[in-house]
Design a protein around this ligand. Structure first.
Ligand code: PLP
Length: 437
């Protein structure tokens, strides 16, 4: 590896293991050390002043940057074909900051309605309280994005795999609409890391709950925002990028970071503004120990995600042929509305999540969940262990029945997040729980 430049690495598996890291120059440690420190000693007063004045890049305080977290940010940015990343304390914080970095009070965004329940609440209740209006549209009708755009619209938002509807985002159509309107396309890629790379399909910002597949072992809460480096924030629609920032001695973010020399002359304006303003002011940073745990997950992500998807496809096929099952929702099934879209954007895989309804509805669904043994009944996805949940009574229970319907949740809906166990054991557990449902 010594002679090979990190920039020349093409393979996603190699990036998952190596991107963003050099062995520790002081100790030679091969693993990324956990820099569990709040702050960093300045060499002298000039060094301190240069760091604060952005004349020199370096560590100041772990709320803003940390060497362990820095490796994770670079690694996820590389896996997403982006230019830079910014780690957050949770996926929800990452989603929130991805919007607040662009919008101010009086602005408007257009989002798909098929969203993770927490994001739906953020968009439906909390953002309007801050003066940011959200129009919800149906992701399966890409043109509805165009129709919902207003003069004060600042971004378009979607999830690669609508959670829990499992519809696949129509990237090319919507990226074209976004580009024509000179608006950024922000995508939550939590459920499809590595198998889908939204920036390659025209997205400008990618968000992750690293809590899920990147962490992969159900140990830590975290989030990541990746800057595609492919959006012109100087197009006149985003005053916060082109006007002097009084909170940073008059810095103009677009002028300073659209071709940032210390980063090889690339456009990192979006992520730098987020780091300098939002992380500084709101403080939703990732802990170094969690960054270390997410790095452990990242190193096997390319292997695990294949197994998650393989188990999900086999489970969906098995359920589709089972006489106790009313319906199965999985993009890998040929009759699924997103099947051809999934084939195009997920590289021949169909994702790790399966939805289905049991004959007998709500009560049979509850009996099924209560009788699972290998599966854990909990509110998470992306664990190495197989997980099951009834969204209508849990993750989406704060939504009204109408809101649940627009996000794709029905009363009999059971969601499975397939783990990486042997399929034979997964099948046997589902079989015995169905028999008791
Ligand atoms: N985005 C998606 C698609 C999610 O599934 C979740 C959590 O379930 C989040 C964001 C929020 O992430 P976190 O729980 O890490 O705050």
């Amino acid at each position: 590896m010594r002679a090979m430049s990190k920039n020349s690495i093409k393979g996603l598996g190699t990036k998952a293991v190596h991107a963003g890291q050099e062995p520790d120059p002081v100790t030679g440690a091969r693993a990324v050390p956990i820099y569990q420190t709040t702050s960093y000693v300045f060499r002298d007063t000039e060094h301190a002043a240069n760091l604060f004045g952005l004349k020199e890049l370096g560590n100041i305080y772990t709320r803003i940057m940390n060497p362990t977290t820095d490796v994770l940010e670079k690694r996820i940015a590389a896996l997403e074909s982006g230019v830079a990343g910014l780690a957050h304390s949770s996926g929800s914080a990452a989603v929130t900051n991805s919007i607040l970095n662009i919008c101010r009070s009086g602005d408007h965004i257009v989002s798909v309605s098929q969203l993770y329940g927490g994001t739906y609440n953020l968009f439906h209740y909390t953002l309007p309280k801050l003066g940011i209006d959200v129009s919800f549209i149906d992701a399966e009708d890409p043109d509805s994005f165009r129709k919902a755009i207003k003069p004060n619209t600042k971004l378009l938002f979607g999830e690669t795999v609508g959670n829990p509807r499992l519809n696949i985002f129509p990237f090319e159509e919507v990226a074209k609409i976004a580009a024509e309107a000179e608006l950024p396309l922000v995508i939550d890629n939590t459920a499809a890391p590595i198998i889908c790379r939204p920036i390659e399909w025209g997205a400008n910002v990618v968000v992750h709950s690293t809590t899920k597949y990147i962490g992969g072992h159900g140990t830590s809460i975290g989030g990541m925002v990746v800057d595609g480096g492919n959006f012109n924030w100087g197009n006149g629609k985003f005053p916060d990028f082109i006007e002097p920032d009084p909170s940073y001695h008059g810095l103009v973010h677009w002028d300073a970071f659209q071709a940032f020399e210390p980063f090889g002359g690339i456009n990192i304006a979006y992520i730098m503004k987020m780091r300098l303003q939002l992380l500084r002011d709101m403080g939703a940073c990732m802990s170094p120990t969690n960054a270390f745990l997410f790095l452990q997950g990242a190193e096997t992500l390319h292997l695990r995600i294949e197994r998650h998807c393989e188990n999900a496809l086999k489970t969906a096929e098995f359920l589709a042929g089972h006489d106790k099952v009313a319906w199965v929702n999985y993009p890998g099934l040929k009759d699924h509305p997103s099947h051809s879209v999934a084939r195009k954007y997920l590289g021949g895989r169909f994702g790790p999540l399966v939805g289905f309804g049991i004959k007998g509805g709500h009560d049979a669904g509850r009996r099924f969940i209560e009788n699972l043994g290998l599966f854990s009944h909990l509110a998470n996805i992306g664990d190495a262990k197989s997980l099951a949940i009834h969204p209508a009574s849990t993750t989406h229970s704060q939504l009204t029945p109408d809101e649940q319907a627009t996000t794709g949740v029905t009363d009999d809906f059971v969601r499975l997040a397939l783990g990486i166990e042997d399929f034979e054991d997964i099948q046997a557990d589902i079989e015995q729980a169905l028999a008791k449902a």
